[in-house]
Design a protein around this ligand. Structure first.
Ligand code: ADP
Length: 173
């Protein structure tokens, strides 16, 4: 199963996968960070579609087309804002990964790329977030064979090192 996982440093908007995941906010109207980058790369039609969708609660996921992106679909999920760990943040972040994987498979995707949800403006501690990302992905792949490739796109060398270390721990190197 671990052969399906790839960890790379790069820009998620450039990934040639079926679906990329967006770390959106509840309005789905775009924002900074990876959300802004995805909207810029996809073009203005993406905002037209997400406006129609009308928002997304924290932990859930919504699917749109990818427009000018190499990816056919964008899975918009809303991570929790970190506020110390006592507001269900870990469960909500796990929900993001599970619901995004489910939504991608239901749309027909065979490959998917994730950014590090909640670890930018939402300040979720990187290592804890990475553990949740890996554990939820492993659990999902154990129960569903549709996805053939899961790419974790790290934005910078610190995230890359953390992802590689946590991968060894969770998937057993
Ligand atoms: P959140 O509000 O969920 O924290 P951010 O966009 O602020 O979302 O950050 C989420 C992660 O996405 C951060 O680790 C950030 O470094 C990373 N990131 C920003 N731009 C890109 C990009 N173009 N490709 C991949 N990851 C990115």
């Amino acid at each position: 199963m671990k052969e399906k996982i790839r960890i790379i440093e790069g820009d998620i908007t450039q990934q040639p996968v079926d679906a990329i995941v967006n770390a959106a906010n509840t309005t789905l109207l775009g924002g900074g960070g990876v959300d802004g980058a995805i909207h810029r790369a996809a073009g203005p039609q993406l905002l037209e579609e997400t406006r129609q969708i009308g928002g997304c609660p924290t932990g859930e996921a919504r699917v749109s087309k990818g427009y000018r992106l190499p990816a056919r679909w964008v899975i918009h999920t809303v991570g929790p804002v970190w506020s110390g760990g006592h507001r269900n943040e870990e469960v909500l972040l796990a929900n993001c990964y599970r619901n995004s994987l489910r939504a991608a498979v239901d749309a027909g995707a065979r490959s998917i790329a994730f950014p590090s949800i909640s670890t930018g403006a939402y300040r979720f501690p990187l290592e804890r977030a990475t553990e949740i990302a890996m554990r939820e992905t492993k659990r999902f792949l154990e129960g569903d064979d549709a996805l053939k490739e899961i790419v974790f796109v790290c934005f910078g060398p610190e995230a890359l090192t953390t992802y590689q270390n946590v991968f060894q721990r969770v998937f057993g190197g």
